[in-house]
Write a protein that binds this ligand. Sequence first.
Ligand SMILES: Cc1ncc(COP(=O)(O)O)c(C=O)c1O
Length: 417
Amino acid sequence: MTYEAAADIGIGERASIAKSAVLERSAVIDLEAVRHNVRQFVAIASPAAVMAVVKADAYGHGAVQVARAALDAGAAWLGVAHISEALALRAAGIDAPLLAWLHTHESNFQAAVAAGIDVGISGWELDAVVAAAREQERPARVHLKVDTGLGRNGCTIADWDQLLGQAMDYQDQGLLRVVGIFSHLAVADEPHRPETDEQLAVFREAIAMAEDAGVDTEVRHIANTPATLSRPDSHFDLVRVGLGVYGLSPFEGATSAELGLHPAMTVRTLLSNCKKVPEGQGVSYGLNYRTSEESTLGLVPLGYADGVPRIGTGGPVRVNGVNYPVVGRIAMDQMVIDLGPLTPEAAAELRGAEAVMFGDGSDHGPTADDWAAAAGTNNYEIVTRISQRVPRSYVNEVPAQPASPAGVAAEAKAGAL
Ligand SMILES: Cc1ncc(COP(=O)(O)O)c(C=O)c1O
């Protein structure tokens, strides 16, 4: 269809095209799973509040939908990396407290101040944010970030006193309000490592220095998902939870289920083709795989343009209740599974069958963790990289009756490490 013809089609036809695209291939996001996970973290973190981290389009799940579900379930804050991501949430009508922490000289601090977006400050941003506050005639809301050991963003402890002094000067002039002090952990997903203790000690020192400088913050925050689960002493006033909101485990030795979390994303499609082939049939570019006997090949219409890692050969795809490893190279649009010897009738029947790349893992179905293992990466990357070529669809958009707070608390504590 040409672009002109596409522009001519009516709303009904467009809806039916969108519906068939979703039926063909989709990332289905269960918003009740998101709400469940957030309720777990609210219970675990209490009395600290929860910031749902919805950067990178909510790790691929859809920032606006996840943000609304997370707020429904008790998250008090939202967090993103970029001001542009925060502005998109404000444009969708979301007015919850919202922090953006990663900037460049081209970041739109004016828009952030105008939209009441909190801005993370490592040092150099302070003057630019104050200039924006002057322009907007409105005090900026800032969270001062200290580098406690991660070596990325944040002010070094050596420069911290100076940053505190500058920020307090500006606060005294009514140009900003120091809302928070924060930092980020490097190895909380490996709870046995000593560096988390060292980072927490530096963070406590930074807080003490801030108090000495007269800073009176609303929130001090350093914990991510793994720290929230494994280090109650890292909770302070607020925890910033990303991965856990999506129901995924940050720990190598623990599944989502063991942590009481529900994975929210299922990537599914339909088998495009299913055909009998002889022994020795080569599969996909490079012919790196050959059938060891007469067999049946299933063609899965998902490839690296959809976000499947090209290196992930061997990752599982579930058809008819069985997990089959992907064989041969993963291509831009497609990948292949070897279904073994089937009758021609059985093969024909499987054409159009549902194929699940990963989901919540119930009934031993494939998970984002399985794909992370196949691709030598982590589950963060697997869900985040599912591209916009795969339409998102949402289930359970409307909240169910909330569970009793006591029940949620007991379940959450049982799931925590
Ligand atoms: C500054 C900051 N805080 C919190 C998070 C959330 O981390 P996690 O997804 O492990 O909860 C991230 C994500 O990388 C982050 O960059």
